[in-house]
Design a protein around this ligand. Structure first.
Ligand SMILES: Cc1cc2nc3c(=O)[nH]c(=O)nc-3n(C[C@H](O)[C@H](O)[C@H](O)COP(=O)(O)O)c2cc1C
Length: 202
């Protein structure tokens, strides 16, 4: 990787048109996620994050589940558009990362440190977010485009059933990735970054 850390951070974007062609060896994704799981921070080093990697047919099966579930929520005359969006933005990609948090490790942490028990669920979300950000940036750095989706909890049951996911794992987010098929939209700043920070003592 020849990019600096800040360059890689700045280049990470949301992509909503994905292709299924590989831009790197799939095993490189697997080893990268392995490294992230080995190095990311977590509260009291609890390591509660779990990542399921779906490729090829298994990836497409996930987005078939999403379409199937959305059928019950989207009005019939809008459904074709919804399905097309899922097709172009997600199902057409190469794979999906599913981010879980293992509630059994988190419950054990609450029992071990009762003083912090009411903070653990928030920390768990933050911990998952850190893994999501790192994986998203790593995928971008490999040449993939990705986005972050939240079809949980609508899809949880069907996903558990299909891939025999541990019942103690809670689905937090889905990250479809693939070959970027269009440029990301231009960046929007809701206010200048300088207004979103304070420098004290410099
Ligand atoms: C915590 C979080 C939740 C998000 N949830 C979704 C989501 O459910 N669907 C989606 O399309 N994008 C989602 N996004 C992506 C944001 O909309 C996107 O990052 C933001 O608009 C900035 O665009 P960029 O990613 O191209 O820089 C989420 C981002 C974050 C950080």
């Amino acid at each position: 990787m020849s990019r600096t850390f800040l360059e890689a951070v700045a280049l990470r974007r949301s992509y909503y048109r994905l292709g299924s062609n590989a831009v790197t060896d799939d095993n490189h994704i697997v080893t990268t996620i392995d490294k992230l799981l080995a190095t990311m921070p977590s509260p009291f080093n609890v390591q509660s994050t779990r990542i399921v990697m779906l490729f090829g047919e298994e990836h497409r099966a996930l987005w078939n589940i999403v379409v199937e579930v959305l059928r019950d929520f989207v009005v019939p005359d809008k459904f074709a558009a919804t399905e097309k969006r899922v097709d172009d933005a997600f199902r057409s990609g190469r794979g999906t990362l599913l981010f879980y948090e293992d509630s059994s490790t988190l419950e054990a942490l609450k029992r071990k440190y009762p003083l912090y028990a009411d903070k653990v669920d928030v920390w768990s979300e933050q911990c998952s977010g850190m893994h999501q950000f790192a994986a998203w940036t790593a995928l971008e750095d490999m040449g993939y485009g990705a986005s972050l989706q939240h079809y949980n909890p609508l899809i949880d049951e069907k996903v558990v059933h299909r891939w025999e996911i541990d019942s103690k794992w809670r689905l937090v987010a889905q990250m479809p990735f693939g070959k970027p098929m269009d440029a990301p939209s231009s960046r929007v700043q809701t206010s200048p970054p300088a207004e979103r920070m304070r420098v004290i003592g410099l």
